[in-house]
Write a protein that binds this ligand. Structure first.
Ligand code: GLN
Length: 281
């Protein structure tokens, strides 16, 4: 069968299954199976593919039609221009989170120490280290399996200054950090059931569930963050679109100042950060 024909078949199966980015996913899966890039579809669509490739492709299309995330089928995803290994033990890195990384990068200087709470795949910490000089970072996570994925990514990216520790928030983190960053679970418990199947059935529940009001981890982390920051140290969070004011208030109540809310490309609140000047109340 021709490359472009099997591609069209893939698109139509995924469209039928209600997959939003059917064309993109069908193309990326075909490229994965055939070891090709996007130019093949547009310039050499009449190329014949082997029976084996066809079978493998249709199998992957079937899995995707069952709402398994594309990233899980590929076993990897792109984040900040870097490739990360992902699996069912870590939250799939989101484009939204690049806003958080970009914001931290504006404030990150050579040699700083960074703590990433709930590091998951390690995508935040490893991107920060990749795009800076001589910084050192700790990624903390309560999940052993997530830490395995993060370590795989650290090796893959050649991150020399990243360490990972199994820790319930700050439980096992030692020393102070100029930058603390986190993309904690922030979905309200009752809303998880209404999320798309790729998320609610395949991202780890523990990486999503922010408790009854979605703010549980912002409170827990912010209350303790000051103990791990020097004066002038900064705390950065990714937040849900409707959590800007609430998280800003939590930072204010805990002696953070110069608090800012940053919007994403859709104009929605996405990041909150503030600076620690010590106990001033
Ligand atoms: N830090 C990881 C990320 O942003 C995991 C976050 C999480 O599991 N809530 O992708």
């Amino acid at each position: 069968m021709q490359y472009q024909e099997i591609y069209k078949q893939g698109v139509s199966v995924l469209e039928g299954a209600g997959i939003e980015e059917a064309a993109l996913d069908a193309r990326l899966l075909l490229e994965e199976v055939c070891g090709t890039d996007r130019t093949v579809l547009y310039a050499h669509g009449e190329r014949e593919i082997s029976g084996g490739e066809e079978e493998q492709y249709l199998e992957k299309i079937k899995v995707r039609a069952n709402r398994v995330p594309l990233q899980h089928i590929l076993g990897k995803t792109e984040f900040m221009g870097l490739t990360f290994t992902v699996n069912g033990h870590v939250l799939c890195p989101r484009q939204d989170t690049e806003i958080l990384v970009e914001e931290v990068l504006k404030h990150l200087h050579d040699g700083m120490r960074i703590l990433d709470i709930g590091t998951g795949s390690g995508c935040i910490l490893l991107s920060l280290l990749h795009y800076s000089n001589d910084c050192h970072g700790i990624g903390a996570d309560i999940s052993e399996e997530a830490l395995e994925a993060a370590k795989t990514n650290a090796v893959r990216l050649g991150a020399a200054h990243a360490d990972f520790v199994k820790s319930d928030l700050f439980e096992k983190t030692e020393g102070k950090f100029e930058i603390i960053v986190s993309n904690p679970p922030y979905i309200k418990s009752a809303e998880i059931d209404g999320l798309m199947p790729e998320v609610k059935d395949h991202d780890p529940h523990a990486a999503l569930d922010g408790g009854e009001d979605g703010l549980f981890f912002y409170r827990k982390i912010t209350e303790k963050a000051g103990e791990h920051l020097p004066g002038g140290g900064m705390l950065f969070y990714e937040i849900g679109w409707d959590q800007g004011e609430a998280v800003k208030n939590i930072l204010e109540e805990n002696s953070f100042r110069e608090i800012q809310i940053v919007k994403d490309f859709s104009g929605l609140d996405r990041v909150v950060f503030g600076t620690w000047y010590g106990e001033t109340r």
